[in-house]
Design a binder for this molecule. Sequence first.
Ligand SMILES: [Zn+2]
Length: 238
Amino acid sequence: MLMKLHWFSRAEDRLDAWVTRQHQERVLDGRTAPIGPCPDETFLESVARQSKQIALSDPRVDHAANCPVCMRRLLELRSQHQSRRRRLVFTAAVGCCLLIVAAFAVVSWHGTNTPHSVDNMAAIPETIDLSNAGTLRGLPSNPAEPSPLQSVSLPAALVKVTIILPRFSRPGQYMVAVTHDQSVNDPLAHGAAAANGGGDREEVSVDLDLRKSKPGAYFLSTTHEQDQASYYYPLQIK
Ligand SMILES: [Zn+2]
């Protein structure tokens, strides 16, 4: 049932996105007639940020939606705003990781006399080879397009995952997360690390605590610190 609803809403999103794209093309080609003068930059910025102070009945909204100049500027502002927001999410996730690491360090420092602590359990090494994997690229504005996928699996345990990144991946810091769906908002587990390697092969190693995860279908996501989007790979937890 949930699955069905999910597919239904995705189909609706797709239709919305298609209608929006058709309209944008008409506007950008100058096939619409905007009424009134162009509003100022501050107003366009508020629209791009989807500020609640903007009333949709405002005639300036109607103008911007039909004016090629305003539309072009709005699209620019919106993509700037979105990449800023993604950077914030990434920074928050890394900050959260650092806090967890710090808390873990304090706990294990205080707990050195308790050798039975579960947290001292060794992580199981696992390697995931994504060098030839297809991806689902999650972009909020575009519905994800299905592509040929190769499913990967991990045990419901404390794992040290080494991911061989898809060919031509960039070096730098990556966030790796296990998620319920194609968003990194509420991950089951996540970790961040710098990729190492070189040439056309980069790999990244992170610890993921999947001990509390139920077996089932999830997504493994990778996000480069400077990238616009996360990549998602279907993941089975066994
Ligand atoms: Zn205008």
